[in-house]
Structures are given as C-alpha cells and as structure tokens.
Design a protein around this ligand. Structure first.
Ligand SMILES: Nc1ncnc2c1ncn2[C@@H]1O[C@H](COP(=O)(O)OP(=O)(O)OP(=O)(O)O)[C@@H](O)[C@H]1O
Ligand SMILES: [Mg+2]
Length: 238
C-alpha cells in the first residue's frame, strides 16, 4: 500500500531523515520506534504530505505521491493524527468530529454513529466542549475525527503519550479494532512493548535511519530492542 524509498528530509541545514526505506502492506499495523529526535514524526509528516522529501520516493497504492500536497493526501485516503492530540478546544465533541468529515461517502450522521460505536464515551459527551475532556478522551476524539474521512491508511503519532495505563490499554485495543474494520495503520510509539505486541511489523529509527526492522514478534525478543527500548518492561515483565 505504502512504499517509501531512500527518503531524505531536511529542515533547512538539519537533515532529519537520511534516506529511509520502509513499506506498509494493506491490512497491517506497522510501528515505527525510536528515541526522541529519531525522525518518527518527520516520517509521518512526510507520508501525509506536510513535509516534502528532498530526494527519494513515496508510493501509495501504486502512485508516486512524493510531491503531493497535504490536502490532496487526505483525498487519497491518508489521515494523520499528529502528536499532542490537536483538537478544537472551543468546539463541542460533535463539532470536532464533523470537522473531519469532508471525504464522506454516506451521510454525516452515519459516520458519526460509526465513530460513536467505536468510542461510546464520545457519544455521551457529544455536546461538551473539547477543552472539558480528559486527556484520554481528547486522544479518542482526535482519532475519531481522523476516522470520519474513512481513511485507508491511518497515521498515529504517539497516541498513548501522557495517558494512564488503563487508558493506554483502551487506546491500543481500539487501534486493533480500527485495523480489524479494514483500515491500515502506521503507528509511531515510545511505548515499544505495547506497540510491538499489537503490530505485525516494526522499524527502529535512529538519527534519521532505519537500523532494525522485522516482524514485531521478532523485534519484541531482539536483544538490541530489549536493551534500548524495553529496558523497564523486561525487568517488570509488564
Ligand atoms: N521544524 C523543525 N525544524 C528544524 N528541525 C526539526 C524540526 N522538526 C524536527 N526537527 C529535527 O528533526 C529531527 C527529527 O525530529 P522528529 O520530530 O521527527 O523526531 P521524533 O522521532 O518524532 O522525536 P520525538 O520522540 O521527540 O517526538 C530532530 O533532530 C529534530 O530536532
Ligand atoms: Mg515525534
């Protein structure tokens, strides 16, 4: 579905991605792991057209989209939930969801019902302002809004960041359900243990390069991954 080849991304004089290559197949959950500054968010920004590669190529469903702009990516069926769950705080939950609905095939109320089935708590709170939601509810709202456009590929940037463990479990369960309903997922996470248990495959980024890749089940037991990214989890068995 998505093929990135030798992609280089620069911010002025800074090279954030030094030629990264990876792919996402239809129906997969693929996770990108890496420390702060490794280039994970830059990779998602590139895949959603917010940042053009200086060289290399991005192919989506057989089309070269290396130089397609962000709003056209949305039309292609790529939806991006950025870091820090940027919802509209002064709009209601339902208005936030409606903002994501520009590519709808059916009626907006069908799309809303679909989202409310996935996130019952959002239905309960549909008249409340975004600013009055808890962190976990805001994350659900950000994901729900991205799903309103019925994407084929969903990009998630650290959806578990700053959330309590119980909420993190809920978010990961929902990501599994999203895939089961037919949406392919590219998931950036700091929570490597959780991400690798959910994903089919993973890539480890270091300083803008892919240094390791494989089946998630293999990465989960890889000594290099365990030492660097699962330090805590190995000890506690969490
Ligand atoms: N707008 C920008 N201008 C200049 N440099 C940037 C910009 N955004 C990111 N960078 C740099 O690019 C590199 C990759 O950043 P990126 O945000 O992609 O990393 P990340 O893996 O998402 O990190 P984190 O885990 O902290 O979110 C870093 O060195 C960062 O400082
Ligand atoms: Mg980031």
């Amino acid at each position: 579905m998505l093929e990135v080849r030798d992609a280089v991304v620069r911010y002025g004089a800074i090279t954030a991605l030094h030629g990264i290559t990876f792919e996402v197949n239809e129906g997969e959950i693929v996770t990108l792991l890496g420390a702060n500054g490794a280039g994970k968010s830059t990779t998602l920004r590139m895949v959603s057209g917010l940042q053009s590669p200086a060289s290399g190529s991005i192919t989506f469903q057989g089309r070269d989209i290396s130089h397609t702009r962000a709003h056209d990516f949305a039309k292609l069926g790529v939806s991006h939930v950025p870091e820090g769950r940027r919802i509209f705080p002064q709009m209601s939950v339902e208005e936030n969801l409606e903002m994501g609905a520009f590519r709808r095939r059916g009626s907006i109320s069908e799309d809303l019902e679909r989202i409310y089935e996935t996130f019952p708590i959002l239905k309960e709170r549909r008249k409340q302002l975004g600013s009055n939601l808890s962190g976990g509810e805001q994350q659900m709202l950000a994901i729900g809004r991205a799903l309103m456009s019925q994407p084929t590929l969903l990009l998630l940037d650290e959806p578990s960041m700053g959330l309590a463990p119980m909420i993190v479990d809920t978010i990961f369960r929902i990501i599994g359900e999203i895939r089961a309903s037919g949406t392919t997922v590219l998931l950036v996470e700091q929570n490597a243990a959780h991400a690798l248990r959910l994903a089919d495959r993973g890539y480890v980024l270091e300083n803008g390069r892919v240094v390791l890749s494989g089946l998630a089940s293999e990465l989960l037991v890889d000594p290099r991954v365990r030492a660097v990214y699962l330090g805590e989890d190995v000890e506690t068995g969490a």
